[in-house]
Structure formats: C-alpha cells, structure tokens
Write a protein of this length. Structure first.
Length: 588
C-alpha cells in the first residue's frame, strides 16, 4: 500500500495512506490540505503528490523554500519506495509495497547438505551489539558515518511503528527500515509460532523489483541464532572449499548474509535475515566483504527494537481483545439483569389481567394493564437507548420547532408525573424561532434527562421538575435546562453519571440514558453540563450550536417573534419558578 511516513518534524510518527485518496494529495501548512504539516517553514500549499497509472509523482507548488527529494531540490519527480521527501523541516519517507513487498512463500529453510554451504564467520551477543551507538570514527566508510547519524532516528522510528495493531504492516515497516540502513539485496522476517515454536516467514522484501528468487536459509544457522540468542555473519567464501574448487560459487558470486535474533523483553520472537550477492570479480578485486562487524552490530540493534515492537503489538492486541470481551460480558450481564426485572413486571401485570378477566373485575384488569403498559414503555426505551448508543449516526438537521418538541415531551411524561405526585413547570418562551437540529436525536436526549429527573424526585414531598429554553446570541448556543428538587448528587457521584452502565437508581436503572444523551449532544457539536447540590436538587443544561431557520430571520438576521407574542406579558417566561441549584460553575 503506497503511504507516507513522517520521521522528522512536529508531525513525526504520522502516516498517510495515498491509496485512500483520489486525485492530487496536497501537502502544506493550511487546513485545506489533505496532509497538513505543523511547520512554519512550509508554504500554505507547498507540494502535491499525483498518481499517474501505477506511479506516484511529487511536484513542488512554487513553494518559498522548495521541495527536496533525497537531498536534491526538484520541481517534479517520480517516487520510488524508500525515497525521502524534505518539506521545510519535515522529513517524509515514501513507501510502496509492490513486487518487492511481502512475499513470505518464497523463503525456504534448507539443510546444510543443499547448495547453501555458508559458514559462520562471526557471532555476537546482544550485549556486545549494544555498543552500536558508540561506534568509533571511521571516515573511510561513508555508509557507517550515515548510519551513526541516523541511528537515533532509527530507534525513534522503530518505536513509532510499534503502535500499529496490524502485525503484517508492522513487519513490512521494519523491513523497510532495515533496507534503509543495511545494503542488503534480499531480506525476510520469521516469527516463532507460539504453539509449535516453529519459524514462519511473515514478511519478505527484495531491493530490486521484478520476479524474486527463492531464498534458501541454513537451518543450522537459524538454530544457532535461536538457541544462543546471538547474531551471526555468514559467507559462503570464507574458508569454503567450494570457493577454490570452482563450483557454483564461481558462477553466481559470493553470498554474504546476516541473521540476528528478535529478542524482546521476555523471549525471542523470531529472526531477521538479510543477504546480498557480491559478484566474484568484485570480491576478488576488493578483497573485502560487503557485510562487516559494524553491520552486524546495527542489525542486532534493529532486531531488538523490532522484537519490542512485535511484543508491544501482540500484547496490545491481546489487551484490546480482553477489554472488548470484558465490555461485552458487562453489557450482557447488565442488560440481562434489567430485562429480567422488566419481564417480572410484565409477568406480574399479566397475572392481574388474567385475574381481572376471570373475575370480570374491571379495577383489577385496569391495574394489571397499567403495569404491563409501564414495563412495555421501559423495554421500548431500553431498546432505543441501545440502538442510539451502539450506532454511530450523523445528525439529520432540519428546521424544527424546539418549543413544540419540549412541549410534546412534557405531555409524554405528564401521566407518570401525576402518578408520582410531581409537578412539571414548563413555561414556553415567547418568540422562540425555529431552530435547525435533528428533532429525533434531541427529543431522545431531552426525554432521557427528564425521565431521570422524574426518577430523582419520586417519593419526595412537593416534587417539582422545571424545564426552560434559552438562546445565547453572543455564544451562538441553544440551551435546554432541566431542574429538579431531588436529593442531588455528591461530587464523587457527579463525576461518574455519564459512565456507561453507572446508575444512581440501583436495579431500576441501566446506566444508558445519560450516556446516550451526551452522545447525541456531542454528535450535534454540543454537550451536557450538570450542577448539583446535595438535598437541594440538580440542574442539567443541554446545549448545542445555534442555527436559526432562514424562515424565522428578519432582514438584519435576528430571530422574529411569532405574531401575538409579547415577552413582557408573561412574568414566568424565563423558565422554572422554583429555587434550584446555582447555574454557574458547570461540571461535565
């Protein structure tokens, strides 16, 4: 998958999938770009990447500081996997998994009786490889000088890739890192199966695109690396009889390889293997090996970081799965308990209905049906809350009468309020314009809060619920205020009321209502705020951005009052008339 990976700058660690976007992918400082960089040396629209067939082309958009590809200033250039794009102070690596990407099926582990007659010429333990960061100066080897300067970047990049939950993507990135620092022709990563303890090839990479050749890796070398947790450097020319006898090595060249363990915090999770083929003439002329002890040290460091990344990904995935299972178990237990209580209520009401029918007792029949009806409403409300919570939905805003919506909710709960001997004070504000919002979602959110308020005042003397509406023109907000004179809440209880399955009603509550209400308000770009005073009551404020319907705006853009409305004529137009908790000092 073609992607960009930021390895230096304020956006370090960010990854951008180029295949997910059609057309040009713009890069720049302003918010309108698909890739926005926090870099004051980057122009507002600095560069872009376009797909041309199967290729990707990077082009500069006449930026102030220019666009650089592999340290060379360009106007337009084709990208190859591993290319580094510098924009301002931000360094981006382009990755393209194609023919040289992951090909685990082309790796074979062979016995030492096959064509692979490599000999171990150097071994190294992890402790010795740890001194890679303190390599001595060697001005004769320009590659090692570059490796020293980038070693810290390699560690940071390896740490960044550990955050992905896709193990295949992780291993592909690790191989890409290896090929950036080690001049290998081929490479693969093998992980140990947790059950069989057998090596399984998980990723394969070739530097040259085209038809890859099969890799033959000595099982003896792999066993040595795994048993001793040491990296090895091998060559089929060092002290090898075939080199002087003119066998296949004379025709194919000298093969050198490095194999290092991927040892993490707890165990060895696999191995990284890379090799290269040096033409025989070059090997004889230079008299030097392509891989040296310094390369081995670097590979050991890379192997250790790769193992940590694999462990982090594996354990994090297991932890997420465990949390998901725990959440599913908690959900099932909570909902089952609540549904059982509802079914018991329905069963009891049905018994009274049957008794009333048998005895032709209308009073008993009505009492039983009232019980069945209340529990039917409970299970309907529970199902609606479950659907609202479990499904991500975009609000469907339409011009609606918020005053009428709240009035409908008051009528809906009025019967229950009367049964509980609670008064509902609802003073519709005059001149309330039509507001653009999702009436179904807001109705659900307000109903949940009002129902909770009724539960809070149940059984209390002089129980009162107050509802009010207000528009804050300065803050451009609409507020729906629900007050109650219930028992109130302590700060500890108040801090948990929006948590899933946390209810102050004991077995009578599911702990879904307020969670769903907050979710709906946040989908609208708003939120719910609560203040509460123990033994005095609570105030819930539901607010969301104000957007007045064009039909109720005057020429100067202000809301128009409905004909006949007089704000001065109703002394109770501002909302509830009883004294509740203070409205300042919101708490979410």
């Amino acid at each position: 998958m073609p992607s960009l990976f930021v390895i230096r700058g304020l956006n370090k660690g960010a990854r951008y999938d180029l295949a997910a976007h059609e057309g040009a992918v713009s890069i720049g400082r302003e918010a309108g770009n698909l890739i926005q960089l926090d870099d004051n040396e980057v122009s507002r629209r600095h560069a872009e990447i376009r797909r041309v067939g199967e290729r990707f082309i990077v082009g500069d958009l006449k930026s102030s500081n220019g666009t650089f590809l592999n340290n060379r200033k360009i106007e337009r250039a084709e990208l190859s996997s591993g290319d580094q794009i510098q924009i301002g102070r931000t360094l981006i690596v382009y990755s393209q998994d194609g023919p040289d990407g992951s090909m685990p099926g082309l790796v074979d582990i062979v016995s030492d009786h096959g064509e692979d007659g490599s000999r171990i010429i150097r071994t190294m333990a992890e402790e010795e490889g740890g001194v890679a960061a303190f390599l001595p100066d060697d001005t004769q080897n320009r590659w090692l000088a570059r490796a020293r300067s980038n070693l810290q970047v390699m560690y940071r990049t390896a740490l960044a890739v550990s955050h992905t939950l896709d193990i295949d993507e992780l291993l592909g990135r690790i191989l890409q890192l290896v090929f950036e620092w080690v001049e290998a022709d081929r490479g693969c990563i093998m992980l140990l199966d947790t059950e069989t303890r057998q090596l399984r090839t998980k990723a394969r990479r070739d530097r040259q695109a085209g038809s890859p050749t099969a890799m033959a890796i000595s099982r003896t070398i792999l066993d040595y690396v795994l048993d001793r947790s040491e990296g090895v450097l091998t060559s089929d020319a060092q002290d090898d009889d075939r080199f002087s006898s003119g066998n296949s090595v004379m025709r194919t060249g000298v093969r050198e390889a490095i194999c290092v363990p991927m040892r993490g915090r707890y165990d060895t999770v696999g191995v990284i293997y890379v090799d290269t083929m040096v033409p025989l003439a070059d090997s004889i002329e230079s008299g030097q090996r392509r891989f040296t002890d310094e390369h081995l040290k670097l590979m050991i460091a890379i192997g250790h970081q790769a193992a940590l990344a694999v462990e982090d990904t594996t354990y994090y995935s297991a932890m997420v799965q465990s949390e998901r299972l725990a959440a599913v178990g908690q959900t099932i237990a909570t909902l089952s308990h609540h549904i059982k209580n509802i079914l018991q209520g329905i069963r009891g009401g049905s018994y009274l209905v049957e008794m009333g029918l048998e005895n032709e007792d209308l009073a008993v029949l009505r009492k039983g049906w009232d019980i069945v009806s209340r529990n039917q409403n409970k299970i309907s409300s529970l199902v609606m809350d479950m659907l609202s919570f479990s499904k991500e939905r975009e609000p469907d805003p339409v011009p609606s009468d918020l005053t009428a919506l709240v009035g409908d909710i008051v009528e809906t709960v009025q019967q229950r309020a009367s049964e509980n001997e609670a008064r509902i004070i609802w003073n519709p504000p005059p001149g309330m314009p039509w507001i653009v919002f999702d009436p179904e979602g807001i109705s659900r959110a307000v109903l949940n809060v009002v129902t909770n308020a009724l539960d809070a005042v149940e059984g209390r003397p002089d129980a009162v619920i107050g509802l009010g509406l207000e528009i804050d023109d300065q803050a451009k907000l609409v507020r729906i205020i629900v007050d109650d004179n219930g028992p109130g809440m302590t700060p500890d209880v108040l801090a948990e009321i929006f948590d899933l399955f946390v209810s102050t009603k004991g077995s009578r509550g599911t702990g879904l209502g307020l969670t769903v209400s907050r979710k709906i308000l946040r989908e609208h770009g708003g939120d719910i705020f609560v203040t509460s005073v123990p033994e005095k009551g609570s105030r819930f404020t539901l607010e969301f951005p104000l957007k007045v319907s064009d039909d109720t705006l005057s020429e100067d853009g202000r809301p128009v009052a409905e004909e006949g409305d007089d704000p001065e004529s109703d002394p109770e137009a501002d909302g509830p008339t009883f004294e509740g908790p203070a409205a300042d000092g919101r708490q979410a």
